[in-house]
Ligand binder design. Sequence first.
Ligand SMILES: [Zn+2]
Length: 474
Amino acid sequence: MDTVAEIKKYVEEKKSLFLEAADKIWSYAEIGFKEFQSAKALTDVLKAEGFSVQEGVAGIPTAFVASYGQGHPIIGLLGEYDALPALKHPAANAVPSEELTTDNGHGCGHNLLGAGSLGAAIAVKDYMQAHNLPGTIQYFGCPGEEFGSGKMFMARDGLFNDLDAALTWHGGAYNSITTQNSQANLCLYFKFKGRTSHAAGSPHLGRSALDACELMNVGCNYLREHMLPDERIHYAYTDVGGTAPNVVQDHACVFYYVRSPKLSQVIELTERVKDVARGAALMTGTQLEIVLNDGLCEYIPNHVLSTLLYESFCEVGGPKFTPEEKALAAEFAKTFDPAVEEDKVRSMTTLFGADIARQYKGSLLVEDILPYKPNTVVTGGSTDVGDVSYCTPTAQMNVSTWAMCTTGHTWQVTAQSGSSIGHTGTIKAAEVLALTAIKAMQSPELLQKAREEYVKVTGGKYICPVPDDVMPAL
Ligand SMILES: [Zn+2]
């Protein structure tokens, strides 16, 4: 039996284990650093499969490392399992809800992400056992991707330093290798403290913390004109100082995300944002406290490793969806805004060229693997996989788990991540990651080349975006 067929056999034999974990995690829908049941669903399976599990790493109760084997090469598989607030939606249900929810849901499909990597880790272990393959397969239980930057704290603790390579995946609208960089990001609270007073009777005695927040936001909105085109600033109020207009607000807080293509740039831009905040405090006679919550590096794909991932994907083949799954995708497609389809064409043109974008326009579920095209595109978002990519050569892929034109962080993702469409993509992710890990373990020259590229591009050294005294926001 060839390696591909053998991997598919192992994945098929154990698929109920990791798909049940996916469904459990979907129903738990726990947000960043609170994923207690979700982490347990994964570690229970890993322990039963003979992995040694170190729990509560990097000072985060829901972070863990599971290992099988000994010595180098050491290949890491990354698993996420956190949900998002207010995105609960019934599984496989394409009817938009009339009711507003504040309950959590897997609107980015991380229930599948952790489960697919779990399936891969088990298949690699089974292959290593069958062939006496030396080396180590490690599964990294990575909490708080959406909020908290779990991998950054794990990287700061040196957990990825011994790896020869790291592999991961994300669900999405098509099958491809992630060749674009993500943004570096710093997340800060700006807490203003003023003096309360009767807003009508004695306004002259008040110093409004809410005014300070508003002036800071106005200042940052002017700053946008004078920053790099790819840079992003966005904010949310976490404390508006109360609900009574006739009470001068003596406390208020605004939470900022600052993003730039590179870590050095985001540090520079953040200093300018801090200056705006200081100016707002000066204007309003308030005191300012700045609290850095977390941050992360930009993602740098390793092209040697990404090419191996692409070749493995092509050998395994893309996911094949059933007629029922295609019919369900058609139901979801009815809920998409036409503007989203136009935007999908635009983004696919940037990444894959106009021909590919045209070819897949109007598709429901993409089964093909899109071509591997290295580029210099920077995505708008950020991921803490970036921190891993600064510690070791890293490759990431997307696998179809949603109908084409589904956008991330939506109820449609929650619904599809709890459906068989999500399962079909997850099984494929497990096969591709397992095959890539085994090939990497068997190719010391390839791992050496990947390391040379990693050292050349990153300097071979991880610089953590946050200082040692910033702890995870548990
Ligand atoms: Zn995600």
